[in-house]
Design a protein. Sequence first.
Length: 407
Amino acid sequence: MPAGLLPIIYLAFISLGLPDSALGSAWPTMAPALGAGISWVGIVTMLISVGTIVSSLMSVRVVERFGTGVVTVASVALTASGLVGFSASSAFWQLCLWAIPYGLGAGAVDAALNSFVAVHYESQHMNWLHCMWGVGASGGPMIMAQCLGGAGSWSLGFFVLGGIQVAIAVVLTLSLPLWRDCKLPRGKRGASGEGASPEEPAPSAVAAPHLSRRELLRRDGVVAVLVCFFCYCGLETTCGNWAATYCTLARDIPAGTAASWASLFYIGITVGRAASGFLSLKVSDHNMIRLGQAFVALGIGLLVLPFGDEALLVGLVLTGMGCAPIYPSIIHATPARFGEDTALALTGMQMAFAYVGSLAMSPLFGALAEALSVELYPLYLGALLLVMVASGEKLNAVMRRKAARAR
């Protein structure tokens, strides 16, 4: 790999995370300004998720056609256009319109970069890659909080975030020659079993056949890992999108303060992934996932128990720290569990199910919060955690059986 490529991939993941939590942080202020209901944010996040699902499922053909570098640049540019469009929106329907390029920009680059790093780099780099996503995701609410607390303008916040994305897109464009220099590692085998030439370009993670989704679903353990992704992303998105609203409506914390507190969840993810990069040198992927799930359970417990605002702060951080190793560890284990020949295709499917989880579970909580109470927030997160743990342990059992048969 070219020496300068890994920092470029890290930068791309900062751009991927930067807008993720901004909408949730700004929504308590945005909703009245746009004449929207508090649960309407679920419609916007649903549209974003639909775009990411579509682009995730198209990722194999798009990346093989244009290359990972070009897809990354185009995706960041699409996201930038969506954020700038958000800043100019004066009605809720306009927000929905700009959610489409916002969503399309995320899916393909997520699948492409994750599969590329899973095949070409060690586990610690996958954790640090997603740590960079946390840098962006925790920075988004901070920027939004500054704009809300200063000029009181969520519009300015989205404009600033869009401008940062444009700057990152320019840097990524200048890095395109590095991607063209990528080669498959010597001896890396494609799906046909023939050794790849050391001069063969590798715009995607690995050369792979176009397996149908039905064929992928028939592989042992695939359904379990997809359910795990569904629940994880449902938990993470719900926690991030509704943290500020929960703090404001259930705990009577001012909107500006709540927006900055929402960033604590993402700060927890960022710190946790930085630490996970070192832990992963000694701890296996499946044990990293278990460790993360234990921290999430502890964090949710602090959100439920009546220990005051201090416990709420710690609970958000611990939940973020628990989320930290789960996503990157599942992704990094994909080539080893299911084969490098299907890494990109299966990662695209995993991304799609992850975004289906985001699409379904965060808006569902919004409907429950409006119909019943926003205080259901920690209990809802706990239910998602239980299903995620069950599916993860089922996957581990499948992998143990496969290993036993191989011996």
